[in-house]
Design a protein around this ligand. Structure first.
Ligand code: HSE
Length: 424
């Protein structure tokens, strides 16, 4: 029997699901040769404590009661944030305990170093829950390949917001409120809707799959805050849905790593995702291109990732990160201006002769070909929307053209740009 004693930090949505699953699967795990004992739980919030029927003596009065308990083999950190989570992880590794965490920020910043530290002490470092449901393809991410690209919808809350905006015909603000009521979006929803949550997951995947740590602030990260109902409507008329994508693409020694909303063609797997569903698509030289759809938000998907880590910790099967020395030195991040894409552009203009001529001359002057252009017959406050799709162009050129277009006096407000993702 492989026996592990667990110290758990955090009884939020994920933590309480972990407790439930450990209980519910106890006998099944025993039959498979595992005995996992929840020895101590640290949770300050009394309300969260009351929601679970755990014995009083299970609760640790302070983190030290878990970190210094020589009987505890594995520390599960599910409190999130930076502090005291970082101290808990460090303290547990220092005391030669295995660590399992869902902390995206910490793993995105220090995952490989923490894994090395755990390995040196003969312990396990598990972070499946930090990439949530896409951990189900962990084997391929770590051992498959070579992998050319990984593209995904990695944030359930954003996918929920975008699909509900379309279903209900409501603006983002109203739908965010609904997502908050359902417990998907936080009180402050910025980590999800500004793309930060996706950025963490993409950073982890970049290190895990390509051994490449995207440098500090240079990676392109845009969330969905700027996506309005009219964009979703216009995209639909053009045969697209809008999704928040995380993109990782290796081309020789350049890495294209970015997060942004994108128009995806209707009928493709990304377009078909509904609600909090996520999807990861991997282009693997040996296995071809394959996509996996999974539930992206909620307690149980992340808790099942934690349980998988507990099983691997018991088996002594560490998750290996690629040898960074081997790959990282050779790779560099593609400069933002060099990104190549097709673009959806939206302008608001006074309905005057010559507007389209001005726009097309600015685009042509920057070597950008227009694939489609439409002026909508829906004048609001004297302004008409002009929707335009370009052929593939270099981002630096698009930026130059947009600067020129926004200087045309009949164009009002900032032009809107959303990239189109149909192929890498
Ligand atoms: N807030 C995240 C999401 C939860 O909506 O996908 C899982 O990381």
């Amino acid at each position: 029997m492989k026996k592990l004693k667990i110290g758990l930090f955090g009884l939020g949505t994920v933590g309480s699901s972990v407790v439930d699953i450990l209980k519910a699967r106890k006998s099944e795990l025993k039959k498979d040769g595992y005995e996992f004992i929840l020895k101590r739980v640290c949770e300050k919030d009394l309300k969260k404590r009351r929601n679970l029927s755990l014995k009083r003596d299970l609760f640790a009065a302070s983190p030290a009661k878990i970190l210094n308990d020589p009987e505890i083999d594995v520390v599960i950190e599910l409190i999130g944030g930076e502090h005291p989570a970082r101290d808990i992880i460090d303290g547990a590794l220092r005391n030669r305990k295995s660590v399992i965490t869902a902390n995206k920020k910490i793993v995105a910043e220090e995952g490989p170093a923490l894994a090395r530290k755990a390995k040196r002490g003969g312990r396990y470092f598990g972070f499946r829950a930090a990439i949530t449901g896409c951990h189900i393809v962990m084997d391929q991410l770590v051992h498959g390949g070579p992998i050319n690209s990984v593209v995904g919808v990695f944030n359930g809350t954003c996918n929920y917001i975008l699909t509900r905006m379309k279903e209900l015909g409501k603006e983002q603000e109203q739908v965010v409120k609904e997502a908050q009521k359902l417990g998907y979006a936080e009180k402050d929803p910025s980590e999800d809707i500004d793309g930060i949550d996706t950025e963490y997951k993409v950073r982890i995947l970049s290190m895990l799959v390509f051994g490449f740590k995207p440098p500090g602030k240079r990676m392109l990260v845009e969330g969905i805050r700027g996506v309005a109902l009219e964009d979703i409507r216009f995209a639909d008329q053009l045969g697209y849905e809008i999704r928040l994508l995380g993109i990782l693409n290796r081309s020789r020694d350049m890495m294209d790593v970015r997060v942004h909303p994108a128009l995806v063609p209707q009928g493709t797997k990304f377009a078909m995702l509904r609600g909090v569903q996520n999807c990861i698509e991997i282009d693997d030289v040996l296995r071809g291109v394959g996509g996996t759809v999974y539930e992206g938000a909620g307690g149980t998907p992340a808790a099942s990732a934690v349980i998988q880590d507990v099983i691997d910790a018991a088996d002594g099967a560490p998750i290996s990160w690629p040898s960074r020395g081997m790959v990282e030195e050779k790779l560099s991040l593609i400069p933002g201006g060099m990104i190549r894409s097709r673009y959806y552009l939206l302008f608001k203009a006074l309905n005057r002769p010559g507007v389209l001529a001005g726009i097309s001359s600015a685009l042509a002057g920057n070597n950008i070909n227009i694939a489609k252009v439409e002026q909508k017959e829906e004048e609001k406050r004297g302004l008409v929307p002009i929707v335009l799709i370009t052929d593939s162009a270099i981002e630096a050129n698009i930026r130059k053209a947009l600067k020129r277009i926004s200087q045309i006096d009949v164009i009002k407000g900032e032009p809107k740009l959303i990239r189109i993702f149909d192929a890498l």
